[in-house]
Design a protein around this ligand. Structure first.
Ligand SMILES: Nc1ncnc2c1ncn2[C@@H]1O[C@H](COP(=O)(O)OP(=O)(O)OP(=O)(O)O)[C@@H](O)[C@H]1O
Ligand SMILES: [Mg+2]
Length: 382
């Protein structure tokens, strides 16, 4: 076994354990059904990558394939340029925390954490040192003798994390590791997880349903849909520059307005909605559908005096008002067919609009994106 960091390196500097993970043209078929279709993805050493996508989109299949619990139908997986897809799970040297892979209930916390080391034949005196170090890292140094049932949910998650990293794996896979926790605990565990991952420098791939969690914790996010990668990028890239309407919908809240392309002038495209509204946003070509889709974030929808002289301005009527603490959400009808959601900052003492109020609503064209169908580009260019 190589020299391992937990026995020798108490420093808080990033430990740089991480290695790159490359998935190349990975497919997984169950009969005719493709759970993964030609997925190609590189995760950089030490990077925190999140797989985000709806239920059934192939996230767990991808993790199981990397961990070695599922064989690919085709494609390859490499860690640091070395192919691992033909190796059994225990020879891939990957740490895993899967929601369904619980702690061993009859073993103490210390024995749970020691398990991967004992499996690898690490001498007992070194096992003791390493278990102590990793339990300090997850801030549970006094919990070694307890059984998992004597811990809170968050403490159990930290023990599971300790067990996954105790053998210094270069790669860590986390499948919905925080799924069972309540919101407050989940948020503090996110920060904890990120701190531990940074400290160790382990390349980490995490699955989540929760887009807010993905935006907060990740260096990059890979959005999956129907077994394929829709887009991969930093949280900001995905939020500001979604490549497809699906990504715009899935990452953050958004308004989506459908229509037909009227004009494309320079980088802007104007569409005519089914409710006969003309509105403009930045052109994004190559949309794989027959109608155009304009997307604009609720926080970019301006209401009342905020609208000033922006190019897209419409008369609207407030249809619904939701109080969300730090913000107010308005649903505003702008035509018989079209409504917009606007999220405005909740400023105390400022008059609030009420249901039935008439107002003006709009957005800056460069705050909206129009996904232009492939077939309507040449017809509509000015
Ligand atoms: N053993 C199997 N046999 C047949 N189909 C399977 C099998 N395992 C997974 N699938 C199918 O593959 C698809 C992807 O499943 P996967 O578990 O990867 O989804 P997921 O993105 O992790 O979803 P969730 O968010 O619900 O966990 C699903 O449609 C699922 O039904
Ligand atoms: Mg899953």
């Amino acid at each position: 076994m190589p020299e391992l960091g937990f026995s020798s390196c108490p420093s808080t500097e990033p430990r740089g354990l991480g290695k790159s993970v490359q998935v190349r043209l990975a497919s997984k078929f169950y009969g005719d059904f493709a759970a993964l279709k030609d997925v190609t993805l590189t995760v950089n050493p030490g990077e925190f990558l999140t797989l985000l996508g709806p239920s059934g989109s192939g996230k767990t299949t991808m993790m199981m394939a990397i961990a070695g619990f599922t064989d690919l139908s085709s494609g390859t997986i490499l860690i640091d340029e070395t192919r691992i897809d033909h190796l059994p799970p225990n020879r891939r040297n990957i740490g895993v925390v899967f929601q369904h892979l619980a702690l061993f209930p009859h073993m103490s916390v210390a024995d749970n954490v020691a398990f991967p080391l004992r499996m690898r034949g690490v001498p007992e005196d070194e096992v003791r040192v390493r278990v102590r170090r990793v339990l300090e890292l997850v801030e549970l140094p006094a919990f070694g003798e307890r059984l998992p049932s004597q811990l809170s949910g968050g403490q159990q998650q930290r023990v599971a994390f300790a067990r996954a990293v105790v053998f210094d794996p270069p790669v860590l896979l986390l499948d919905e590791p925080l799924g069972a926790l309540d919101r407050k605990l989940r948020e503090s565990m996110q920060a904890e997880l990120k701190r531990l991952q940074r400290q160790l420098g382990i390349t980490t791939i995490m699955v989540t349903h929760d887009q807010e969690e993905a935006l907060t914790i990740s260096d990059r996010i890979a959005v999956m849909s129907n077994g394929q990668l829709e887009q991969i990028g930093s949280p900001e890239e995905l939020y500001q520059y979604p490549a497809t309407p699906f990504v715009a919908d899935f990452v953050g809240d958004t308004n989506r307005i459908m229509g037909t392309v009227r004009t494309i002038a320079g980088e802007f495209c104007t569409i005519l909605t089914t409710g006969a509204i003309e509105c403009t946003g930045q052109t994004r070509h190559g949309h794989d559908a027959s109608v155009a889709a304009l997307v604009v974030r609720p926080e970019h929808v301006l209401v009342g005096q905020e609208v000033a002289d922006v190019a897209n301005r419409f008369d609207g009527v407030i249809e619904n008002v939701t109080y969300a603490g730090d913000s107010i959400k308005y649903v505003i009808r702008i035509s018989r067919e079209d409504t917009l959601v606007a999220r405005t900052r909740n400023v105390r003492h400022q008059p609030r609009l009420r249901v039935g109020d008439a107002t003006i609503v709009g957005w800056r064209p460069d705050d909206a994106v129009v996904f232009v169908p492939m077939n309507s580009i040449s017809e509509c260019r000015n």
